[in-house]
Design a protein around this ligand. Structure first.
Ligand code: R5P
Length: 296
């Protein structure tokens, strides 16, 4: 078993996978031609099963093409089977034709990865796990929630009353999973519109957060708008403090500042993408390895 560290692998991720699987770690030569095209070269023969670790953010398009090249190179170097570990799967949010004439982008991407030769795929907390049906082989969606929960546990004091909240109903299963690990209650924020003023507020569906430490968990922080809004609402409802945890922390533009201004004390992000300073990194490679073991 060989683990190939793609140029898009988050720092330490491929090492973590190789170490846990007892596999050899291979680092390809990587460069960009003067015209901007990517070049990869695997050092030596790779026989048996090859696991390529390649996340797809930032530079989604480049990372995707490198993933295609690494599959072809692996078979060329002697691999009998090639599996992709993509901790962050690009294009996952365009999972339907919102407007006529649009592509189902994730369908195109997953079909291309299958056509390149990947016969199985592991990703982490993909936007909609149902999208993985577009991949022609076996595809598993691992979750970094257990790792995030263990990390967050380190910030919780003895006897502190905590609740785990999802910013919307769609994320409630993540909140439920984290809450079960932290032995806490969970809930999600529900949208309310004042019929007279039109003002929109968000409140937990059934839990009172007064005096409690709230952990908000989501799959992704992109502009930070969702997480910041959720934190402000919960603090205004009397939460004692707010901790944020996400799998894919993109933190675009002034997202981190927005989160701080909203009163979030601590921010945790899994290392599916580069984790910026000021955010506590959480190693999600154990989640990928657990899924990989099902495929090996
Ligand atoms: C939405 O479906 C996702 O779970 C996230 O809540 C969303 O992508 C976060 O985006 P932003 O940080 O831009 O509000």
């Amino acid at each position: 078993l060989i683990v190939v560290e793609g140029p898009g692998a988050p720092e330490g991720f491929a090492e973590g996978v190789a170490r846990r699987l007892g596999a050899d770690l291979v680092k390809p030569v990587y460069k960009i031609f003067p015209d901007g095209e990517s070049y990869v070269r695997l050092p030596g023969r790779l026989e048996g099963t090859v696991v390529v670790v390649q996340s797809m953010y930032p530079q989604q398009d480049k990372r995707l093409v490198e993933a295609l090249l690494l599959a072809e190179a692996s078979y060329g170097a002697g691999a009998s089977r090639v599996i992709l570990v993509a901790p962050y799967m690009a294009y996952a949010r365009q999972d339907k034709r919102f407007l006529e004439g649009e592509p189902i982008s994730i369908k195109a991407v997953l079909k291309a990865l299958g056509a390149a030769g990947y016969d199985a795929l592991v990703t982490i907390d993909i936007h909609k796990p149902e999208s993985l049906a577009y991949f022609p082989g076996r595809a598993l969606d691992a979750t970094a929630v257990p790792q995030l929960a263990e990390a967050v546990r380190g910030s919780i004091g003895e006897g502190e009353d905590i609740v785990v909240i999802a910013p919307d109903r769609g994320a409630v299963r993540r909140a439920e999973r984290m809450a079960s690990i932290l032995r806490a209650q969970h809930d999600y924020l529900e949208k309310h519109r004042d019929r007279y003023t039109g003002e929109v507020t968000y409140r937990p569906k059934s839990i009172d957060v007064q005096g409690k430490t709230v952990v908000i968990v989501d799959d992704m922080v992109s502009t930070g708008g969702t997480m910041a809004r959720a934190a402000s609402m919960l603090l205004s409802l009397g939460a004692r403090r707010v901790i944020a945890a996400c799998t894919h922390g993109l933190f675009l533009g002034d997202a981190l500042e927005k989160l701080r201004k909203a009163g979030i004390e601590e921010i945790y992000s899994a290392n599916t993408v580069p984790v910026p300073e000021g955010v506590k990194p959480v190693d999600a490679s154990p989640a990928a390895v657990e899924a990989l073991r099902e495929l090996l």
